[in-house]
Design a protein around this ligand. Structure first.
Ligand SMILES: Nc1nc2c(ncn2[C@@H]2O[C@H](COP(=O)(O)OP(=O)(O)OP(=O)(O)O)[C@@H](O)[C@H]2O)c(=O)[nH]1
Ligand SMILES: [Mg+2]
Length: 309
């Protein structure tokens, strides 16, 4: 049976069959998360470890009770006003205070300096840095939500846009359920490069199961006339690739929270529908205990060798 305990620094340690990982706050080591995810039985909707929650309670401002609406109906993944009925029913039936455990991997890709890191930092830390610090390889944030009463997490992978770090970053694309392609609304070339970013991300993933978002950044720097010109092109492209289009400003915070809430809600909905399809018997909120002797579940992927100069 899994156990966990507190270290003197308040960190929690999860001994998971040889692959130990330590997490504190919202950061979880990638290896640890990956190995944890691999060990979970298919269809797992929640996890209790030794009868206690692995995570602290969800922040009040991360509770999603209604389906957040799309930014533009003309370029939306879907335009229904409510969560899918099956999903709502499934969640309602299990609203019993059971702690859930459900994670979707989200990767954010796009040209260098379009504002990927700032976008994630505005949402996760409510912070904005006007100085550019290139992301080297990848960064990672975990953001926790409660959707329709069920705990749900987004693993947000902030990847490097600089060519020389792209090789490292692309090794983290695999297993993404959501791909966010960011471009700068003041830089038409960055929109032109979005197609290449998409192709690279989809090489590592099943295109039929990935939800795509095309996000225009730095909206605050654009005049309304300039913005509306690029929006036409961006929406056209978004429709072509079946992505949902958004425009945001990390400086002012415009649409940032709305955008990530929409991502979380749609990812959650898709996940639950997939779960319901896969297993009619398993219910959302089921408590699953992992037996440490089932070692065949625990193969951990070795990281690809660093191929960048
Ligand atoms: N005015 C304005 N500037 C922004 C906004 N978002 C980002 N920036 C600025 O754009 C620059 C690049 O932002 P980053 O978030 O670091 O860009 P990035 O896409 O993560 O870049 P890489 O990590 O190299 O791929 C920084 O100087 C930011 O302050 C925004 O919404 N408005
Ligand atoms: Mg960055």
């Amino acid at each position: 049976m899994l156990t966990f305990f507190f270290t003197k620094h308040g960190k929690r340690e999860l001994p998971l069959c040889g692959a130990r990982g330590v997490f504190s706050g919202s950061k979880i080591e990638e290896d640890h998360l990956e190995s944890l995810r691999r060990r979970l039985p298919r269809g797992l909707m929640s996890l209790r470890v030794s009868g206690m929650s692995v995570f602290p309670p969800v922040r009040r401002d991360r509770v999603i009770a209604q389906l957040p609406q799309a930014f533009r109906k003309e370029a939306a993944l879907h335009i229904t006003e409510e969560f899918n009925n099956k999903v709502r029913m499934a969640c309602q039936e299990q609203r019993t205070g059971t702690v859930g455990f459900k994670i979707s991997k989200v990767i954010v890709v796009g040209d260098l300096a379009v504002g990927k890191t700032c976008l994630i930092n505005r949402f996760c830390k409510d912070a904005f840095d006007k100085n550019y610090k290139a992301t080297i390889g990848v960064d990672f944030e975990m953001e926790r939500f409660e959707v329709l009463g069920v705990p749900f997490s987004l693993q947000l992978w902030d990847t490097a846009g600089q060519e020389r770090f792209k090789c490292i970053a692309s090794t983290y694309y695999r297993g993404a359920q959501v791909v966010i392609i960011a471009f700068d609304v003041n830089d038409i070339a960055s929109l032109g490069h979005a197609k290449q970013w998409l192709e690279d991300a989809l090489k590592e993933n099943d295109p039929t199961s990935v939800q795509l978002f095309l996000v225009g950044t730095k909206k605050d720097l654009s005049s309304p006339a300039q913005y509306s010109r690029i929006e036409q092109d961006a929406m056209k492209f978004a429709r072509e690739i079946h992505a949902e289009y958004w425009a945001v400003s990390s400086l002012t915070g415009e649409n940032v929270k709305e955008f990530f809430f929409r991502v979380a809600a749609l990812a959650f909905e898709t996940n639950v529908l997939a779960e319901l399809e896969k297993s009619g018997s398993r219910q959302i909120g089921d408590v699953v205990r992992i037996n440490s002797t089932s070692s065949n579940l625990y193969a951990t992927k070795k990281k690809q060798a660093n191929c960048c100069q």
